[in-house]
Design a binder for this molecule. Structure first.
Ligand code: 4HU
Length: 445
């Protein structure tokens, strides 16, 4: 199929059913820009990572849910200027419906909670792992898709929910061999910002927009942030007050500014005391500058970062008690996080923690001549029914079979040869010890 003259990554096509040709009749075999293929070795790594996500979800007794990658655009139309809503992978389907490839999972989770209505009892602890999309001008060459593990708790109004979610994140990191020396989790509350805006009588409807701007602290210059805040109509005193409070890194300082009976202070003190009991206090730190970039957060917010500061946020989340009413439903307290599949792999590479992802199988069954292909099928079949992963090989020279066994880390090589078969036997080679012996075919396990 490969066109001899074209580069190896292109295909020619002869027949009418072949994919539409581009340019001079060759199809680009690369996936669409900003997206990834997962050939076997990459897929083994991804499966391993997702298995860790699932195991932590099991330990935390979260139930897995799923929903379509395709969602109604209406679920993501928000006016706060978030990057995520400005890069919607949106289009009109053949029925004239406005749809999107979802950019995040929380709105779908919320939609499903609303749909389930009274049929579910609270609190709900749900998780999902799903591909999310954004259409970003490829100027920065960034990816347009990634997979996210989301853990969300509905119907738990107190900071117990945040404490549970933080434990899930720490359990995950520890399973991957990452320590609190490698990663920290910055924790704050949007109620801090709410308190400051109240001090300056900033109208409620500006809250989400101000959060989205303040989330760019550290990404944009302070002047740029101040300009954007002023452009929303905030006074320069309010802007200075926001910047000053959000630079606080100590909870006691925050208490001095906001007072002990402030909601944010009470929530955070409770959360940090829980952290001591859970045993993950050395992972978390108060940082008032954390607001996260999603408009719907209303309370505690958090994000995990690599302490060397080389990477983007590893995961992040927070409380969103008012999201459901934006979909016309009764509000239900809610809290969750998203954990992407890309930054964590960059971190594991940095730390030399990528697991060995080479193939491993149990047995290779190989008939030494054509007349024994039938018995070889029988042997392979019975071993598979006993739970052995069997690669049935034929039409190959024995030298190739030994190389193949090494390549795919087979534990045993089972040779079906005519002299042994006449006596009802097969020859077994244990590849790790080179041990070799005959076994009755019917007694192979
Ligand atoms: O984290 C924002 C985001 C959303 C969808 C796809 C990708 Br890649 N990144």
């Amino acid at each position: 199929l490969l066109c001899s003259s074209a580069a190896s990554s292109t295909l020619t096509h002869g027949d009418a059913d072949a994919p539409a040709a581009q340019g001079d009749g060759v199809v680009d075999v690369n996936p669409p820009r900003g997206t990834r293929d997962f050939p076997p070795e990459d897929m083994r790594l991804r499966t391993w990572l997702f298995d860790q996500f699932r195991e932590v979800s099991r330990l935390m007794t979260f139930e897995e849910v799923d929903f379509p990658v395709l969602e109604s655009e209406a679920l993501f139309i928000r006016k706060a200027g978030e990057e995520i809503t400005q890069q919607l992978y949106n289009f009109e389907d053949k029925g004239g419906r406005r749809v999107v490839l979802r950019p995040e999972l929380t709105p779908s989770l919320a939609r499903l909670v609303i749909k389930q209505g009274k049929s579910v009892s609270l609190p709900l602890k749900w998780f999902t792992i799903g591909q999310c999309w954004r259409y970003e001008r490829m100027t920065r060459g960034r990816r347009r898709e990634h997979y996210q593990w989301n853990m969300d708790i509905f119907g738990m109004p107190k900071v117990r929910a945040e404490a549970e979610l933080l434990q899930a994140i720490v359990l995950l990191f520890e399973r991957l061999g990452i320590t609190s020396k490698d990663v920290g989790i910055r924790v704050s509350s949007r109620k801090v910002l709410q308190a400051v805006l109240n001090m300056y009588s900033v109208p409620e409807h500006l809250f989400a927009e101000v959060c989205v701007i303040v989330d760019k602290l550290g990404k944009l210059s302070r002047d740029e942030i101040e300009r954007e805040l002023i452009s929303t109509g905030l006074s320069s005193e309010a802007v200075q007050g926001i910047i000053e409070v959000l630079s606080l890194k100590s909870l006691s300082k925050l208490e001095e500014v906001l007072g002990s009976d402030d909601d944010a202070v009470a929530d955070l003190k409770k959360l940090f005391s829980f952290a001591e009991q859970y045993g993950y206090a050395d992972w978390i730190c108060f940082d008032a500058s954390v607001v996260r970039g999603l408009a719907y957060y209303t309370g505690i917010v958090f994000e995990a970062f690599d302490r060397e500061g080389k990477l983007r946020a590893i995961c992040g989340g927070g409380r969103y008690d008012k999201l459901l009413s934006t979909f016309g439903s009764e509000d239900t307290p809610a809290c969750g996080f998203g954990f992407g599949d890309a930054v964590i792999v960059e971190l594991l590479k940095e730390k030399g923690l990528l697991p060995d992802m080479s193939r491993q199988i149990d047995d290779i069954v190989f008939p030494l001549d054509e007349a024994l292909e039938g018995p070889a099928s029988n042997i392979a079949s019975s071993l598979r029914k006993k739970g052995r992963a069997v690669d049935l090989v034929e039409d190959k020279r024995l030298k190739w079979v030994f190389k193949h066994a090494e390549r795919i880390n087979a534990s045993r090589l089972i040779l079906v040869g005519s002299s042994e078969w006449e006596r009802g036997m097969v020859r077994v080679k244990i590849l790790s010890t080179r041990e070799e012996f005959e076994v009755k075919a019917g007694e192979l396990e």
